[in-house]
Design a protein. Structure first.
Length: 275
């Protein structure tokens, strides 16, 4: 299949560059990942990695990726927290209730966001709720989140994608489950800041310094990456190294159909005619 040549790339992490375990404690590189990134650097083609995982800031996750053999510099690694901080600043939210690990709140605080968590005195006055990676979530968190949203707080989320690829197989996203609980009670839909949001696509294109339609969006998830690519008019490049098989890619509806399907990103440079 012939596609337009991308002028830059966004790579997903889980299922595209790496496979982690379900606790996100260890990483295995996908075949050809390091070589593909190195070849893009040699060719002078800009790229970045954007994960829907919100558990760790780039300064923590970047070294883990490099230790696993995937050469992603911290400055090229973005998370939904990176995008959320921009959205929060642009809208002027003054106090964000974080339903996530302390590391999520720490990451947002480092980017200038004023955060509160369950038990904080000002949590009941938050003007925005941000749902992220939260394996320790209990009903008290959901109750507080529902109260704030019902009182008019904005409802933001790192991700509303239900699954991601791991070494142990498909795993469900905590934020999606928490979103569902809050939505069921309040009737308010979450506004994702990660993929496939327009917020994320704007940050990608701005960071790469190219038009959205020239971005090669590379990933293993039809909803996260291919839907984002299609909605932005970008170039969707699917891999079968993660949660979606070649047969499943072929069965996608038009709004989630990739422009190109490859086995793994080791095939990327040749498949896109960039060599």
């Amino acid at each position: 299949m012939t596609i337009r040549k991308p002028k830059g790339f966004m790579f997903d992490l889980d299922g595209t560059l790496i496979l982690s375990n379900r606790k996100l404690g260890s990483y295995d590189p996908i075949e050809g990942a390091a070589e593909a990134l190195g070849e893009l650097d040699r060719l002078g083609i800009p790229w970045l990695a954007l994960t829907n995982g919100s558990a760790y800031p780039s300064r923590v996750q970047g070294p883990r990726l490099r230790d696993a053999g995937v050469p992603v510099p911290d400055e090229k690694l973005f998370t939904p927290n990176s995008v959320a901080a921009k959205v929060i600043a642009d809208r002027g939210y003054s106090n964000v209730l974080v339903l996530g690990l302390e590391s999520v709140a720490e990451a947002l605080t480092e980017m200038g966001v004023s955060c509160s968590m369950l038990g904080d005195d000002d949590a009941k006055h938050a003007d925005a709720v941000y749902v992220a990676w939260h394996p320790d979530c209990v009903m008290d968190h959901i109750h507080l989140g529902c109260e704030r949203v019902m009182d008019g707080a904005a409802f933001l989320s790192a991700s509303d994608v239900p699954f991601f690829a791991t070494k142990e197989g498909r795993s469900f996203g905590y934020s999606c489950a928490i979103n569902g609980a809050i939505n069921r009670v309040t009737g308010v839909e979450p506004e994702p800041t990660g993929k496939p949001s327009a917020h994320a696509m704007e940050v990608i294109a701005d960071t790469l310094g190219i038009a959205k339609e020239d971005v090669g969006v590379v990933g293993d998830d039809a909803t996260a990456e291919m839907l984002m690519a299609r909605e932005a008019g970008a170039i969707g490049i699917a891999v079968t190294s993660g949660s979606t098989s070649a047969e499943e890619w072929a069965a996608q509806p038009p709004e989630k159909t990739p422009h190109l399907v490859i086995a793994n990103i080791g095939e990327l440079v040749e498949a896109c005619g960039l060599g």
